[in-house]
Design a protein around this ligand. Structure first.
Ligand code: URA
Length: 245
């Protein structure tokens, strides 16, 4: 869902079917509250998630939803697909109206997937200039070399897009197991980077996006609402990006 914006007087005149002129005296008398605060400005920007109360009567609004899922392998992270199951099949029907995915994972990748109906939040989290870190546990077929670690840190040229990848952190945990941290999300990025070293990726599991960490005990396919602290830390201006640390 894209974030729909309007101004407060237009919103109230539509909701109450009154003239926009007639909203002004309500504002002047302090009879309108927006997200808990008395509103005075007719042109206050309002989105579909705003809680607007007129004389103690709440106007209809859309509930913002922020979900965290442990994506299982073998299922698409897509809104819909003609022939294959998508992650939306794992949610209750009432949960997935209007949700979209924030930063997809490949079909065989697993781990942290975020879903929301708040387009402003997801765009902020994924904005290329925000460099929010994403961390993955990656197992590969062959032992990882020091050259590979250096190449990830230096950046690699991707001829198809004609870009150089941003510096990525590759930490060797075991000869064939690494923790990889990216600050961008290019198509099949980690597989292509290991591909340069002819080292196929066997499994790829995302554990973190910014300050949001997947609970290690969460079963594959399970989901839950984000906690207020997680939401706060991932909002634009929150402490989600650690990339320049
Ligand atoms: N890099 C990949 O190659 N695949 C993913 O799913 C995520 C990052």
């Amino acid at each position: 869902m894209t974030t729909k914006r309007t101004r407060l007087d237009r919103y109230i005149s539509n909701a109450l079917r009154i003239n926009r002129r007639d909203v002004k005296p309500l504002l002047a008398a302090g009879r309108i509250r927006v997200n808990g605060a008395i509103a005075r400005d007719a042109d206050l920007p309002i989105n579909q998630f705003a809680v607007v109360i007129v004389d103690e009567q709440a106007l209809p609004c859309v509930q913002a939803q922020y979900l965290l899922m442990n994506k299982p392998a073998g299922i698409l992270s897509a809104t819909k697909d003609a022939s294959q199951r998508t992650v939306f099949a794992l949610l209750d029907a009432h949960q997935h109206a209007d949700l979209h995915i924030v930063g997809r994972l490949d079909k065989n990748s697993t781990g942290l997937l975020l879903l929301t109906n708040d387009g402003e939040w997801s765009r902020g989290l994924m904005a290329p200039d925000r460099h929010v870190e994403k961390t993955y546990m990656v197992s590969v077929k062959h032992a990882i070399s020091a050259e590979c670690v250096e190449a990830f840190a230096r950046g690699m040229h991707f001829p198809f897009e004609d870009i150089v990848t941003l510096p990525a952190r590759l930490e060797i945990i075991a000869p064939r197991l690494a923790r990889v941290t990216l600050t961008e999300g290019r198509y099949h990025q980690i597989k292509r980077m290991f591909g340069r070293f002819r080292n196929p990726v066997l499994s790829l599991h995302r554990t973190r996006i910014g300050a949001i960490i997947l609970d290690p005990a969460m079963p594959p396919g399970a989901s839950r609402a984000l906690l207020p602290a997680e939401l706060e830390s991932s909002a634009v201006g929150g402490g989600g990006s650690l990339s320049r640390a």
